[in-house]
Design a protein around this ligand. Structure first.
Ligand code: GLN
Length: 196
């Protein structure tokens, strides 16, 4: 098992540490050829406009779309924006998931917050505890999802904060900055699904 982490900008290091803590080989991806042989890919949080611009320059937009035909991809925060169909802003998107997002929907950096989420699918990851402490940093809001998309978690206000479409995952928070590895484990299980 080898998982790539898109390493153009943003918080890719902590995703690599989380994967290594799960004893999974983790590789930084900056070029299309580095996708070869990977079982899945994580797109980290950061600045989606910068990640999209660099991905365009490095020829990664089409390469990632093609990779996604057969492999699991998880977008966290800015990564979730890249996975979306529309982001209310003209910027490069992979458009792999039928989700519509609004960027910076909760305000600026100082409006970042934490919330205890009830993520039922985590019960399968052992411990029978669906509660998950999520950190939101200038997070996007998923304001609508298509019929093939499964909502995995909502915030206390009812906003969609985690969604799955086959082997694609989007979370609007940062699972790599807490010590809870269950969402990474959940994603690893998705690498065995090969069809949306
Ligand atoms: N606000 C950022 C964007 O629009 C996302 C923030 C994050 O990834 N923490 O891309």
């Amino acid at each position: 098992m080898e998982i790539g982490v898109l390493a153009l900008q943003g918080n890719f290091d902590d995703h690599i540490s989380a994967l290594q803590a799960l004893e999974v080989k983790a590789t930084q991806v900056r070029l299309p050829k580095q996708l070869l042989g990977l079982n899945g890919l994580i797109i980290p949080g950061g600045e989606s406009t910068v990640i999209g611009k660099l991905a365009t320059e490095f020829g990664l937009i089409d390469a990632l779309r093609e990779f996604g035909q057969l492999h699991a991809i998880w977008g966290t925060c800015a990564g979730a924006i890249l996975m979306s169909k529309t982001a209310g802003n003209p910027q490069p998107l992979l458009q792999l998931m039928d989700i519509q997002v609004e960027r910076n929907a909760y305000g600026r950096q100082i409006d970042s917050f934490e919330e205890l989420l009830d993520i039922q699918c985590l019960e399968k990851m052992g411990g029978e505890n669906p509660l998950y402490r999520a950190v939101f940093i200038r997070a996007p809001r998923i304001h609508s999802v298509g019929s093939k998309v499964n909502v995995l978690a909502r915030s206390a206000k009812g906003e969609i904060v985690a969604a799955q479409q086959g082997h694609f995952l989007a979370t609007t928070f940062h699972p790599e900055i807490t010590n809870d590895l269950r969402l990474h484990q959940y994603f690893l299980a998705l690498t065995h699904i090969t069809k949306t």
